[in-house]
Design a protein around this ligand. Structure first.
Ligand code: AR6
Length: 167
C-alpha cells in the first residue's frame, strides 16, 4: 500500500476507483474529473449499468484514461456517523478490492471516497480505508499495489500517519 499526492485521472494503473453517485452518470469532484478525462463513451457504458447502490461497486472500461478500467463505487453521505456510514464505506473498499482481485489487477488506485462533497471526516475515512484494504490484501494476496491517491495535502498527511501501522 502506498500514498500519492495528485490527480487520479493521470495514473497509469490497471484500475482507478471513482467516488460516484447512485446514478453513475457523472457529477462533480473526482467523478467529474474522471468523466471528463475518460470521454463521453464512459457515460454510454454507465447508462447500461442502471445505477449503483451506496456501498456497491461496478466496473467499466477506462476509455481515454491511462488506467485500463474504472471501478465506480458510491460512498455514503456523512450524517453524523450513526446512520451506518462506517459499514457502507467499508463495503465500498471491500467490493473494489474484491473486483480487483477477481479480475487479477496488479495495481489499483483509490481516491478518498466520501471525504469531499459527501463530508465524511477525512481521518475516520482514512483509517477505515487502510484497515479494510489491508484485510482484503491478507485475504486475496492481490492487487500487488494499492495506491491511496490524495488530492489535498491534508489527506496526504493523514495517510502518511496511518499507513506505517499497517506495513
Ligand atoms: N484525483 C484524486 N482525487 C480527487 C480528484 C482527482 N482528480 N478530484 C477530487 N478529488 P468528491 P465524494 C478528491 O467530492 O465526497 C460527486 O459529485 C477530493 O479532494 O469527489 O465521495 C459524485 O457524483 C476528495 O478528497 O467525492 C457524488 O455526487 C475525494 O476526491 C459526490 O460527488 C472525494 O471527493 C461524491 O462525493
Amino acid at each position: 500500500m502506498e500514498i500519492i499526492l495528485g490527480d487520479i485521472t493521470k495514473l497509469k494503473v490497471d484500475a482507478i476507483v471513482n467516488a460516484a453517485n447512485t446514478s453513475l452518470l457523472g457529477g462533480s469532484g473526482v467523478d467529474g474529473a474522471i468523466h471528463r478525462a475518460a470521454g463521453s463513451e464512459l457515460v454510454d457504458e454507465c447508462r447500461s449499468l442502471a445505477g449503483c447502490k451506496v456501498g456497491d461497486a461496478k466496473l467499466t472500461k477506462g476509455y481515454r484514461l491511462p488506467a485500463r478500467f474504472i471501478i465506480h463505487t458510491v460512498g455514503p453521505v456523512w450524517r453524523g456517523g450513526s446512520h451506518g456510514e462506517q459499514e457502507l464505506l467499508a463495503q465500498c473498499y471491500r467490493k473494489c478490492m474484491q473486483i480487483a482481485a477477481d479480475k487479477e489487477f496488479d495495481t489499483l488506485a483509490f481516491p478518498c471516497i466520501s471525504t469531499g462533497i459527501y463530508r465524511y471526516p477525512k481521518d475516520i475515512a482514512a483509517k477505515l480505508a487502510v484497515k479494510i484494504c489491508s484485510e482484503q490484501l491478507q485475504k486475496n494476496g492481490r492487487p500487488q499495489r494499492v495506491i491511496f491517491c490524495c488530492y489535498d495535502q491534508e489527506n496526504y498527511e493523514i495517510y502518511e500517519k496511518i499507513l506505517p501501522e499497517y506495513t
